[in-house]
Write a protein that binds this ligand. Structure first.
Ligand code: PMP
Length: 291
């Protein structure tokens, strides 16, 4: 049995302490996390051979595992070391890095103490240029009530409706979707946080019902240092009409300008990209990204 493996993934994958080539890095058909979800993962970026905010990412990975009741036998230091080894072994300087913790194939019952906990880390060679001009819509699926899933857990269980939302958005001609929460407040995009702005003020939804991204926190810091006022508050669709700046933040996209949001009854336009470009320049300097 062979699978077509993404050509982007670098040659060597670290699994449970060993390097295997990507074509032989297979998991068993009875893998618990494949059937019942609940794996946890991170998305990180390395710039010039170093993962940005590696400790925060690894700590979040461990917290995510705890929230899914997955026990892990690796310390933060050991996971960080595995991550560094993946970059070295694959000779990568600028990369997207993916650690993942999952339950093994030892049982097919919903929960069993026999289930193993496993860790892998792989990377892709990646240093994309900054991009702007996204056209998005409002997704039809809501972010769940925080009492139905721990919102700060980066568990694969959270991503099921994100995948469906991306498919719906792209097949309708949009680049992504803005998702609302269970009370119709603006939440985030499928894999990124969102900011709005006007003049020298940025406004972003309070991140207590969805992932409080590491990039979101970095951008709030950078924007405040640049003299911008940053406000965190609940926003409804009618509140985002007055802004002329809009962008996404996330490890994968870094900072990405949104040009328009289709809210159903009309399209809202966000033509002002000068603040976004300034944020991108300062972000690049902070993280050591070559542009
Ligand atoms: N929200 C979701 C749902 C995400 O998957 C991500 C990517 N991890 C983010 C926000 C942004 O988080 P970060 O800046 O930590 O990458």
């Amino acid at each position: 049995m062979t699978f077509k493996v993404s050509s982007k993934i670098a040659d060597y994958i670290w699994i449970n302490g060993e390097f295997v080539t990507k074509d032989t890095a297979l998991v068993h058909a009875a893998t618990h996390s494949l059937h019942y979800s609940g794996a946890v993962f991170e998305g990180q970026r390395a710039y010039n051979g170093e993962v940005f905010k590696l400790i925060q990412h690894t700590e979040r990975l461990i917290e995510s595992a705890k929230s899914m009741h997955i026990s892990i036998s690796y310390s933060v230091q050991e996971i960080n070391e595995a991550t560094k080894q993946v970059l070295l072994k694959n000779n990568l300087q600028n990369a997207y890095v993916r650690p993942l913790i999952w339950r093994g194939p030892e049982s097919i019952t919903l929960f069993s103490k026999d289930l193993s906990s496993n860790l892998l880390v792989f990377a892709t060679d990646s240093n994309p240029p900054f991009e702007n001009g996204l056209n998005i819509n409002i997704g039809q699926w809501r972010k769940p009530n925080p009492n139905s899933m721990p919102p700060q857990s980066k568990s694969s269980a959270h991503y099921a409706m994100g995948i469906v939302s991306q498919d719906l958005a792209i097949s309708s001609g949009y680049d992504d979707s803005l998702l609302l929460d269970f009370e119709d407040n603006i939440a985030e995009c499928t894999t990124t946080n969102i900011f709005f702005g006007k003049d020298y003020t940025l406004i972003t939804p309070i991140a207590d019902r969805f992932l409080n991204g590491i990039t979101r926190k970095t951008v709030i810091e950078i924007a405040s240092n640049m003299g911008l006022k940053v406000i965190e508050k609940r926003l409804k669709i009618e509140d985002i009409i007055e802004f002329d700046i809009c962008f996404q933040t996330g490890t994968s996209v870094e900072i990405k300008g949104i040009a328009s949001i289709d809210i159903g009854s009309r399209k809202l336009y966000y033509p002002n990209i000068s603040v976004i470009e300034q944020l991108q320049q300062t972000f690049a300097k902070t993280i050591g990204k070559k542009i």
